[in-house]
Design a protein around this ligand. Structure first.
Ligand code: GRF
Length: 222
């Protein structure tokens, strides 16, 4: 008799308020990811204590772990403990859902192909910080968010999904950030669902898409 397929455990890493985490938790519940893909949010790990995202995880009954990076003398030591905390949950997928720390090459290699990130710009434009201010300063007409596989290069890696919006001449950094964040909350769960169902997969370092309509793949509104 063949083994039953193992459940797909998901571990989310956060650093702060956790609004993207909440979007994932809500989608997992409302869309019933346990039934459609045998997927569960197994744990939430934060590198900062007492952040809003931890309270959100607890509200959803998800186990939490805190690894305060300020208690470590090197990135390598922190990432080794972070990896051990994550591996305790045997994850099929690790989501950087607002995890604001650069990861070591060893960590990235350990989770190659099952580590994804959400970044608040249309990559490869504006990797790094202050993306909305830089977008306004650059005068771009289109801005947005990207979900991608994590590679050794910061805010790079094969793109799973993007959502774009028009920059209004009246936009401020704050108004743009708020509108992009609302898009992130739809984009990230959608991309996770694509991965869980196999609609999107990594093949030879490139993202392959199957069974998704053009409309679904390129959707921008929630
Ligand atoms: C989001 O803008 C995300 O794209 C970026 O960090 C922010 C996290 O926000 N990586 P939240 O903690 O999910 O509310």
């Amino acid at each position: 008799m063949s083994e039953p397929p193992s459940p797909k455990n998901i571990v989310c890493l956060i650093s702060g308020r956790g609004s993207n985490l909440e979007a994932i938790l809500r989608a997992a519940r409302e869309e019933n990811w346990a039934d459609i893909a045998d997927a569960h949010i197994a744990a939430v790990v934060s590198n900062r204590p007492a952040v809003g995202g931890l309270a959100i995880a607890r509200d959803y009954g998800v186990p939490t772990r805190v690894l305060d990076h300020t208690g470590y003398s090197s990135r390598e030591a922190f990432d080794a403990d972070l990896g051990a905390a994550i591996d305790a949950f045997d994850p099929a997928l690790v989501i950087l859902a607002g995890f604001l720390r650069v990861l070591t090459p060893a960590f990235v290699a350990r989770y190659a192909g099952r580590l994804i990130n959400i970044h608040p710009s249309l990559l490869p434009a504006f990797p790094g910080l202050a993306t909305h201010r830089r977008a306004i300063e650059a005068g771009v007409r289109v801005h947005g968010a990207t979900v991608h596989f994590v590679t050794g290069e910061l805010d790079a890696g094969p793109i799973i999904g993007q959502a774009a919006l028009a920059v209004d001449p009246a936009d401020t950094e704050e108004s743009l950030a708020a509108r992009v964040l609302a898009m992130e909350h739809a984009l990230l769960p959608r991309c996770v669902r694509w991965l869980l169902t196999g609609a999107v997969r990594l093949e030879n370092g490139r993202v392959a898409v199957r069974g998704l309509s053009r409309q679904e793949l390129l959707r921008c509104e929630p």
